[in-house]
Each structure stands twice: as C-alpha cells, then as structure tokens.
Design a protein around this ligand. Structure first.
Ligand code: 5GP
Ligand code: ZN
Length: 134
C-alpha cells in the first residue's frame, strides 16, 4: 500500500536491519526498541489486522515467529520473550500494517508481562461473559 511505512520497508525503499526473511514475511529491528533486539515481524502483503490476511499467509506467521526468535536466541541469548501484537486503535496499534512484536527479555530488565497491558475487567463476571459464548 502506497503510504504504508512497512510496505515501503518491504519494497526496500527504506533500509532495515533484517533479522529473518522468507517469501511471506520480513522481521526487522524496531527503530525505537523497548528491549535489545526488539523485532517486528510483518507479512509482506499489506493487511491491517489478522482479519484482513489470507489463511495461507496467516498460517505462515507462527513458524516465522519461531524462526525469528531462533535467530535472536542465537545472536543475543535472551532469558525470555514477550511476543504479541497491538490490534486496532484501542489495542494501541499505530502502524496500520499487521506486525508482531518480539521483545527479548532479560532477568532484571525492569519490564513487566502481558498482564501489565490492561486491568479493567468490567462489571460482568467470567460466568456471565462465558454465557455469551455458549
Ligand atoms: P505499534 O504501536 O503500531 O504496535 O508499533 C509500531 C512499531 O513500529 C513501533 O514500535 C515503532 O517503533 C516501529 N516503527 C515505526 N516506524 C518504523 C520504521 O520506519 N522502521 C522501523 N524499523 N520500525 C518502525
Ligand atoms: Zn503496508
């Protein structure tokens, strides 16, 4: 997509530090890292969210995450990772091209875990929400 920064990176019009690449995905260092080796992994085709991606490419993402983390593992040997993505404006997504953040973690780095993202369960009980899915 023309005005998409990540499509511009895929087109190699903006340089990147590539961590992993295959025919479907590109993983590169985040320009404003929140951790050493902070990497974003994107599908090469433009898709705003996972709902906009075709199934074949969606299925290629998890193996690509594993291969990207494997590269990071060999180069930086972190103690752990947080891996996930911000979906939609309410989820904090700023670049409207799906990207999975891979954050290497080290003991004592002062970071938190996924439970630190939000703590606002609302008024409904788990049972009431569960009933909506039945
Ligand atoms: P979001 O908040 O949308 O999940 O995160 C977007 C991420 O993309 C941010 O962490 C930001 O630093 C990164 N980013 C934005 N523009 C560029 C860029 O031009 N190059 C690289 N390498 N990362 C970028
Ligand atoms: Zn794009």
């Amino acid at each position: 997509m023309k005005d998409c920064i990540f499509c511009t990176i895929v087109a190699k019009k903006i340089p990147n530090y590539t961590v992993y690449e295959d025919s479907h995905v590109l993983a590169f260092l985040d320009i404003h890292p929140r951790a050493k080796g902070h990497t974003v992994l994107i599908p090469k085709v433009h898709a705003e969210t996972i709902f906009d991606l075709n199934e074949e490419i969606a299925k290629s993402l998890l193996p690509a995450v594993e291969r990207t983390a494997d590269r990071i593992e060999h180069v930086l040997s972190p103690d752990g990772y947080n891996i996930g993505w911000n979906h939609g404006e309410a989820g904090g997504q700023e670049v409207s091209h799906l990207h999975i953040h891979i954050l290497p973690r080290w003991h004592g780095d002062g970071g938190t875990n996924i439970h630190g993202i939000v703590n606002h369960p609302g008024e409904m009980s788990v049972e009431e929400v569960g009933a909506l899915f039945s």
